[in-house]
Design a protein around this ligand. Sequence first.
Ligand SMILES: [Fe+2]
Length: 280
Amino acid sequence: MAPPGFTPETWEQFATAGILVVEDALDAAQVARLAAAVRGAPEPTAWNIVETDPRFTVMIDHPAHLGYLYDVYGEMLKLLRSEYFRRPPGQAIRNKWHFDGPRPVPFQVFAEQAPLRIKVGYWLTDLPHGDMGNLTYVPGSHRRPHLSTYHTHEPHPEEVALTVRAGTMTMMWGGLWHRVAENNSDVTRLNMFLEYGPSWIVTSDREHSDPAWLAGLGRTRRILMRDYVHPNHLIKPPAEDVPLFARRADDPGGDADDYGPHVPLELRKRSTWLERHLSS
Ligand SMILES: [Fe+2]
């Protein structure tokens, strides 16, 4: 069964601000485990990290975030990219104002109702104030095609620096304008990101997963990697991968029942929570 996800209230916050902040998503032991993995990794940042360390692998379908993603992308859900960042004190090279991923059709068009990419962030060190290498963003800017400070480090009058305790999870709407603050503290900032979207959006950290690694995954994690040999499976998942989850106890089911008994599960459209929410 899919873990809990959005409520109408949290969706409203996410759709308005372009970011949702969930405190205490991880407990202290989980934070310590992930922080140790990021601290001990060879490079200050890396992609496709779920394949490199079992402590990252378990995050593919972590219940603190996966239900939210399932509510948006449903049976098409795919992990598009995973990465971590270690940002030491005094780090000068950091991200200027930008948005993650592309803006052209269909991204901008879809962004009116729902993002085509959502980036989950786990914050593994306390960020009690700014100037700590914080994620810095302009709330609500995911619907703006342009930002005057694009590709600079200039402060923006509407910017907000993310200040959170370790263990906080954030979800960022693809297209939200953001940058990274300087780290003038004496703490190395640690975090990891997992980006999700529908299976027909290309991955950005791999072409294929390592077959031996993939074979060791459980069903849900394997499906979420969507490492299909036949490209058509990316737009029409194979029968053995449907459904990704059983219905939640409070799931009304909806149109998955609007078929004769001769129509197999993988040929039935099953509305997502978001589809039902937007049409209600
Ligand atoms: Fe970014």
